[in-house]
Structure formats: C-alpha cells, structure tokens
Design a binder for this molecule. Structure first.
Ligand code: NAI
Length: 446
C-alpha cells in the first residue's frame, strides 16, 4: 500500500504548502540498499571515556569519517553519544548539551545513538538515576528530531565493552537504513556472544530460515529480506494461500510448506521439511498472525480462541518442538512478531492484545532456554505498517494511526523485515529476550 500524502509533501511545492498550512511533514525515509554507504557524512563520537575512544577507533576501521569534536557548520551523518561511565545525573549535562549544540548540523535522515549501561547493573542510586535518565532523554530527543532523523540507544550490561560484537551490531543497525522506522528505542546487549559477519551485505549466508505467514504482507517481506541477506528460506502459510505462497517462494528461490501453524504437529512438520530439503534449521520467524476484532462486550468464543490459537499457542508449541529436536542447536535464532497493541493495548483488540503481550512474555521466558544452545529469541513489535491488514481500516482512523508517530508516516513491511533480519544475524548474538518496537515512535500508548 502506498502513502500518497508522504510522496506529495516530501519535496517541491507539496512540501512548501504543507509547511505553510502547518500540516504533518513526513519525508521519504533512507532505507537500506546493499552496497550503499552505511551512513552519509561524518559521524561525531561524543564522550570522553575509554569506551568512547574504543568505539571511535572501531568506526574508523569501518571506513567511517569519524570526528571526536564537532567542526563549525559541518553537516553530520550521525552523532553517537557515549555515556557508559556516567555516575550521577549531574554528569549528563556537559555531554548532552554538547550534542544539543550539534543537532542543527544533523543531516536529514541522520542518526543520534546513545551508548550507555543498564540501570540494573549498579547498586548506587545516583548511578542508576543517571543511567535511567538516558532513557527519558533519548525518547524525548527522538520526538524533537525532524526530516527522517531518528534517535535510538544501545544499553550495555555492566561488564561489556562498547566494542563487544552485539554492541557494534546494534550501533551498525541503528546507523544504517535498516532501522529507518525504528525511533526512540533501546536495544540491550547482555552478553559478549555474537560476531560481525564475514561479508557485511550477506550476514545470513549459509543459514536456513523458516518464515510463517510468508504468502503476503510482512511475512513475504521477511522472506525476501532474509533471502537478500543470504539465507535459504522455507516459506510457511495456510493451504488456502498456496498460490501466493508458491509465487513468493519462487521469487526467493526458497521452498513452500503449506501448513496451518495451529496444527498440533506443526513444529514437527517444519523441522522435517527444513532438514529434509535443506539439511539444517537455524532461524525461525513466527510472523503468521490474525485479528478478529470486537469490543470485549461483544466478543464470542470463536474470535477469542482463534486469535490465541494462531498468534501465541502455535508459537509456544512450535518452540517446544524446536527445543526438543536435535536440529536446532547451533546458535539458533527465533524472532517473533508481536505488536504495539500488546504493549499499549488497542480498543477492540483484547484478544489480539492478550496474544501479542503473550508473545512478549514467551520471548522473555524462552531466552534462558535458547541460551543453553548458544541461541537467542527476540520479538519485534510493529506499529502501523502499510499492509493489506491496515488498508482495510476506515480512512479517518487509518490516516490518524499513520501520522501519530514521530516520523509522521506508516512503516513499510520491509522495515519490520530489516529488524528481524538483524536480530536473526550472528551480530545480534548478545541480544536476547528483547522486544524491539518498529513503530516510528508511536505517540499514543506506552
Ligand atoms: P497479513 O494478514 O497480511 O498476513 C498474515 C499471513 O499469515 C497471511 O498470509 C495468512 O494466510 C497467514 N496465516 C494466518 N493464519 C495462519 C495459520 N494458522 N498458519 C499459517 N499461516 C497463517 O498480516 P500482516 O499485516 O502481514 O501481519 C503479519 C504479522 O505482523 C502478524 O503477526 C500481525 O499480527 C503483525 N502485525 C502487523 C501490523 C500491521 O500494521 N500490519 C502491526 C503489528 C503487528
């Protein structure tokens, strides 16, 4: 689905008219293209800790144009604010205000990234206050940025270096066009596991990935993105979607598996197909989902149960089969699609909200089980994404949902897919049990 308004006001006369009338001014977002530079323009690494020095040195090694001090009037591609050693809220002022002075020089579609430590990792109330303060600071700053620029943060466990593999993986993700629709969010890195890919543009080379609900919408975009990143893809969808499924499977040179994931043997069927056809199974993306909206006062048993069955019970059962099989043991990855409705709630979606919040609970509780195989499990929580599902919303509600976020536009299926591809990659090996919102920093709800 296209958002014509964004196309009209993102340049020329349309932009001038929107500005004069005070209308929302979304811009076309910078999205990832293989081979394109990670970021255009210099990257200012602000902070005087050893962690800031180390990170700046690594970014130089990536071929980025790194600055430790801002030059007057120079357009910046990104600003990285390293706050890994703050001990008191009063420590925040100097580095944060220095970044403030550079914000007017941030290029359109630029990036601000904080690198800090988890508040839970200290017993000092003052240090915890300073670390937690970065949360409020970053989320507020993200709401101030314009022209497609975003602000996101990397939160490190106590003993992790700013250059640990997944800290670098997360910084790279946030710098790149892969995170175009991720705004005002944090990724926590809890272990030193993971490694940067040998070939930056093929981070999933050699992996076999299963994507459920892959016949259309976000699932089809996930299959295309994982294929582009080098994975062999097994595409799963219900038999009724068989034609579309075969079409997408052909496009990505993958294999199609017609299967209702709520069947009790779905996990077994998925494992057998992947192992028989491709010899292994590394990544499972639980994307298939349904809505059956009704106010709770009007909710019937069928609507309630079908949503719970497809959106969460099936995932639980498939995960049990995966963990019990001997085929999912080589640093495996599970990425589940939740929803901002499972975080903030949504009128008419008690069933859907319960199922998607359930996904978040499942992910947190499954993370230690996956860790015993050197694996990870994470969720992405999309906000308003331009798909057939959202195209069916009444016009006024759709237009409001589309604009009520910091980027003033809906996301594309590819934005969700890019976040999933990152979490499925080796460079995210130190990130587990996390929920990453892909919502342009939705302004309503949590
Ligand atoms: P969609 O309705 O366009 O596609 C869902 C796919 O899942 C369809 O191909 C469908 O046939 C398949 N599917 C449904 N039940 C299945 C079953 N029992 N077994 C196998 N496949 C089944 O939906 P869309 O928009 O692409 O959403 C994908 C996921 O993203 C869902 O989990 C949805 O809840 C979630 N999501 C979507 C948002 C949006 O704005 N579009 C926002 C937040 C979350």
């Amino acid at each position: 689905m296209t958002d014509k308004y964004t196309q009209i006001v993102s340049g020329g006369l349309g932009r001038d008219v929107a500005r004069k009338l005070g209308l929302p001014q979304p811009v076309l977002l910078r999205r990832y293209q293989p081979g394109a530079p990670l970021i255009s323009g210099p990257v200012l690494v602000n902070g005087d800790s050893a962690g800031a020095d180390d990170l700046a040195t690594t970014l130089l090694g990536w071929g980025l144009d790194v600055r430790r001090n801002a030059l007057p009037k120079e357009k910046l591609g990104a600003i990285i604010l390293v706050l890994d050693s703050v001990q008191h809220p009063e420590d925040l002022g100097k580095p944060v205000l220095a970044v403030g002075a550079s914000l007017r020089d941030l290029a359109p579609n630029g990036r601000v990234i904080t690198v800090s430590r988890a508040p839970q990792g200290t017993s000092s109330p003052a240090t915890a206050a300073a670390r937690q303060g970065i949360d409020g600071l970053l989320r507020s700053l993200a709401k101030e940025l314009r022209s497609g620029a975003t602000a996101n943060g990397v939160v490190l466990a106590e003993d992790l270096a700013t250059t640990s593999p997944s800290a670098l993986g997360a910084v790279r993700f946030f710098l790149s066009g892969r995170s175009a629709y991720v705004d005002g969010q944090f990724l926590s890195v809890t272990s030193a596991a993971g490694r940067m890919p040998a070939v930056a543009d093929k981070p999933l080379a050699g992996k076999v990935a299963v994507v459920t609900g892959a016949a259309r919408g976000i699932g089809a975009a996930i299959a295309r993105t994982l294929h582009r990143d080098g994975a062999k893809v097994v595409l799963v969808d219900i038999p009724a979607a068989g034609d579309h499924l075969a079409e997408v499977a052909n496009q990505v040179h993958g294999t199609a598996l017609q299967l209702d994931i709520s069947r009790s043997d779905a996990g077994q069927r998925i494992i057998e197909h992947a192992v028989e056809r491709h010899g292994r199974l590394d990544i499972v993306v639980h994307n298939a989902g349904i809505t059956r909206d009704r106010l709770l006062a009007n909710m019937d048993q069928g609507r309630w149960q079908s949503v719970i069955a497809v959106n969460i019970a099936a995932q639980l059962r498939i995960n049990e089969a995966l963990l019990a099989s001997g085929h999912f043991k080589d640093a495996p990855r599970i990425v589940s699609v939740a929803s901002t409705s499972g975080i903030a709630g949504n009128r008419g979606q008690t069933n859907y909200g319960a199922s998607k919040a359930g996904v978040i609970g499942m992910v947190r509780s499954t993370a230690p089980l996956m860790a015993s195989f050197g694996g990870t499990i994470n969720a992405v929580a999309p906000g308003f994404i331009e798909t057939e599902m959202t195209a069916r919303m009444p016009l006024a509600i759709r237009e409001a949902a589309r604009r009520l976020n910091s980027l003033k536009q809906g996301g594309q299926p590819t934005d969700v897919a890019e976040a999933i591809a990152f979490l499925a990659s080796d460079s995210a090996g130190g990130i587990s049990g996390e929920v990453l919102r892909v919502c342009g920093q939705q302004l309503v709800g949590a």
